[in-house]
Design a protein around this ligand. Structure first.
Ligand code: TZP
Ligand code: MG
Length: 220
């Protein structure tokens, strides 16, 4: 159906681990992290860069697109211009970024838009306004994002899941130990930034996350 093109994001319910980059925390750099995570089987990458110039971001984003190619969905955080510049698969935006209705017009109907939400009310609004998926957090306390606020707890994932149909990606303070209740409460996918990019072996950490998440999903 040409009016309803198959969208890559429908796969998100089967995408277990979601990589978000952070050059400030990374040991070996963003490009190395993306390469290792995608090699380990990560199927979605969000380029989140708060410290580089637009030119540096466009250069890096085009490299990431090349690495992801047919292997992973590639989204850009906040920067619709950078996403358009490199023809990324879409963007991930927050409550204070470009309004989703405008982002949709700028990007066109084919592109994926993810929206960060903090509660059921924002999640329902996100779905109504056409978000393809939501990022829900912060699940646990985290020092990675300074304004993330206190953790809302994994039980909130179940509340949000019960209120919407689009995929729910859990984020914030998640590590290999505490990810069990995250997945048990219905998260379709999860992000762990510091637990992965601060490690010496991003590939191994990613592989282990994928294994743990799959194991919990299959036993549920
Ligand atoms: N949004 C909500 S919490 C967060 C973002 C980007 C940071 C998550 O990082 P970490 O290291 O996995 O807690
Ligand atoms: Mg933002």
């Amino acid at each position: 159906d040409p009016k309803n093109p198959p969208r890559k994001i429908s796969l998100l319910k089967e995408i277990d681990f979601y990589l978000v980059t952070d050059s400030g925390l990374s040991k070996k750099g963003t490009l190395s992290d993306v390469r290792e995570a995608v090699d380990a089987g990560c199927k979605i990458v969000q380029y989140r860069e708060k410290n580089k110039s637009t030119k540096e971001m466009v250069d890096e984003a085009s490299e990431i697109k090349r690495i992801c190619r047919d292997r992973a969905i590639f989204l850009v955080n906040d920067r619709i211009d950078v996403a358009l510049a490199v023809d990324a698969d879409g963007v991930h935006i927050g409550q204070d970024d470009m309004p989703i209705e405008i982002a949709k017009k700028l990007l066109g109907p084919e592109k994926i838009i993810g929206l960060t939400v903090h509660n059921v009310e924002e999640a329902v609004k996100a779905e109504e306004s056409g978000a393809d998926y939501i990022g829900l957090g912060s699940i646990f306390d985290t020092s990675t994002k300074k304004d993330a606020g206190k953790g809302i707890g994994p039980a909130s994932i179940r509340e949000v899941k019960n209120a919407i149909k689009i995929p729910v990606v859990a984020i914030g303070g998640i590590n290999k130990e505490n990810c069990i209740p995250v997945v048990e409460n219905g998260a379709d996918s999860l992000v762990a930034i510091s637990a992965v990019v601060c490690s010496d072996d991003v590939k191994r950490e990613t592989r282990e996350f994928i294994e743990i998440i799959r194991h919990i999903k299959n036993s549920g």
